[in-house]
Design a protein around this ligand. Structure first.
Ligand SMILES: Cc1cc2nc3c(=O)[nH]c(=O)nc-3n(C[C@H](O)[C@H](O)[C@H](O)COP(=O)(O)O)c2cc1C
Ligand SMILES: Nc1ncnc2c1ncn2[C@@H]1O[C@H](COP(=O)(O)OP(=O)(O)O)[C@@H](O)[C@H]1O
Length: 315
């Protein structure tokens, strides 16, 4: 899959103009709802022998239009993860508008003319609630007015799970509440974070449970406080592990929030290594134990629960 940046506010699309199906949206998380939109686009593209392209934006709409801070905004799928997911779901080209302050001045009609028509879209596909400017004016009910016969528009209805609409907001809330199992169900993939292994307070090894502390790469949503069964990717391998997100409340003074994983049946120096954590299963909340021994006893139980979880999954 190609990733192609497009300038803002005036893209040069001349090299890319060709008949294509263009899927429109920000797609944070590329969740099951988004996947349904992409699948619809894939079907139409295949029927005509056209490529399937996605037109998206570098920044979240909250950053572009609602004043959220660009530097600190946290995504479910930063661009690298989004790229991987788009490729997995059959997209041929990912066009990424390099949104900055200038993009706010792009009118709905200009967006359609310069980006959508500019890229040669014959059919556009988007979620039922997609907007491309003022919500009440530029939406999937009114898009034909902007298209003026130059392309056809297909709106994909919402996807629901157990009666709940699958949406990025719902998934953010589930992750925040530690409910990674349910978040993964709505995502249709296992939520993950990336980062680098850094030094902690070196207490883990004394407890008998060394923990690789992950400095999470900025710009990613991290699940809420809790203890999780995870898979930890480092130096080319995935390891079953148990991971704590918390403040080490058993010990004084409480630490700033740390993400730290004990890899089962593993012993090696990991400092400085890039790593990735897949959040498979919520085990419990963080507990303030009366002493270190209380924590160590609990860690033994957590390890047993983690092993049982992964043994069951591989059967
Ligand atoms: C699976 C797991 C569960 C944990 N649960 C708790 C907990 O419930 N309460 C707590 O205070 N710390 C908990 N911790 C964090 C430990 O306090 C921390 O790993 C230990 O203090 C070592 O810190 P260090 O990496 O700075 O050396 C947990 C850590 C792991 C890996
Ligand atoms: N099974 C393991 N799980 C996690 N880290 C391990 C393991 N075995 C060895 N290590 C190494 O030990 C370090 C963690 O030891 P710890 O005493 O908790 O120190 P720190 O407080 O710096 O994290 C990890 O960063 C890694 O380099």
């Amino acid at each position: 899959m190609q990733v192609i940046p497009l300038a803002s506010p005036h893209p040069d699309t001349s090299a890319y103009r060709q008949p294509r199906v263009l899927v429109l949206g920000f797609f944070d998380g590329v969740h099951r709802g988004h996947q349904a939109v992409i699948a619809e686009g894939r079907k139409i593209a295949d029927a005509h022998g056209w490529p399937l392209s996605v037109l998206t934006f570098r920044d979240h709409p909250a950053v572009i239009y609602r004043g959220a801070d660009r530097q600190s905004f946290a995504y479910l799928s930063p661009l690298t993860e989004k790229t991987t997911l788009m490729a997995r779901f059959g997209v041929d080209q990912l066009f990424v508008i390099q949104t900055d302050a200038s993009f706010r001045d792009v009118t709905s009609q200009q967006f359609i003319d310069e980006y959508v028509v500019g890229l040669g879209a014959q059919v556009i596909v988007a979620g039922f609630d997609y907007t491309f400017g003022k919500r009440s004016v530029a939406n999937m009910d009114t898009i034909d007015r902007f298209a003026q016969g130059r392309f056809q528009a297909v709106a994909v209805p919402p996807v629901a799970y157990d009666g709940v609409k699958v949406g990025s907001t719902e998934i953010r809330e589930l992750l925040q509440a530690g409910q990674v199992d349910r978040a993964n169900t709505l995502l249709g993939w296992t939520y993950c974070n990336t980062g680098t292994v850094v030094h902690g307070l070196q207490r883990g090894r004394e407890l008998g449970y060394p923990t690789a502390n992950l400095a999470v790469t900025p710009g990613q949503v991290v699940p809420g406080i809790g203890i999780y069964a995870t898979r930890f990717f480092v130096r080319g391998h995935w390891y079953p592990s148990m991971t704590s997100i918390g403040h080490n409340v058993t010990f004084e003074p409480h630490q700033p929030l740390t993400v730290e994983s004990n890899l089962l049946d593993f012993d090696a120096d990991l400092y400085g290594a890039p790593a990735k954590i897949k959040w498979d299963h919520y085990l419990r909340g963080e507990i303030k134990f009366a002493n270190a021994q209380g924590l160590v006893d609990q860690l033994a139980q957590d390890a047993a629960h983690t092993r049982a979880y992964y043994e069951e999954r591989t059967q």
